[in-house]
Design a binder for this molecule. Sequence first.
Ligand code: BG6
Ligand code: MG
Length: 217
Amino acid sequence: MKHNALIFDLDGVLVDTAKYHYLAWKSLADTLNIPFTLQDNERLKGVSRRRSLEIILEIGGVAKSEAEQEALCAEKNELYLTYIRRMGAEEVFPGVREFLLDARERGYRIALGSASKNAPLILERLELTGLFDAIVDGNMVSRAKPDPEVFALGGKLLGAAPKACIVFEDSVAGIQAAHIAGMAAVGIGAPEALPEADLHLPGLDGVKIDAVERGLP
Ligand code: BG6
Ligand code: MG
């Protein structure tokens, strides 16, 4: 095998949380009289909570102080958590658990590299925590993707050199972050959406790590 460590983004790679982010942001936007659509929600994927709020305020042409923005983020997260707390293992994307189990059996070390501060809770709800050797979440990093911090820390916690790591990502910024970190990047989603990825997969259903290794340059 060419690599020995795998680092996974969470939202959009292991599970669809975008729909819950949307419902929570939508409620908040409604209270602010800001029009917010599913199409707008696409712009929030892979983006930090605070930056997501800034984008929504920009859409509405609404200005808020620092303190107000903090409070709005906290309010949104409370709403988001009402959905997350109800999640179950059946929401894991098809094939993810099997892919992780197969990779572990073959000796790969596995980390999470997510911008979400809720990542540990989500992994618990999905019953996936035990399959990860390290978890890097939004509480542990200060710079957002495309900054490589989240993946660099993941590799470090796994004791793996960047060249030994494969990142699985569904966002353009995440693919860039992986490359800046010196890691291979597998794009989960349509090839047109992630032109910089080293390999494209629609998802992990029916995929094995040895096929990923063969597909990478
Ligand atoms: C990313 C999501 O994984 O986490 C973004 O793609 C989200 O949409 C970001 O804004 C931060 O998540 P959280 O859970 O800390 O608000
Ligand atoms: Mg993502």
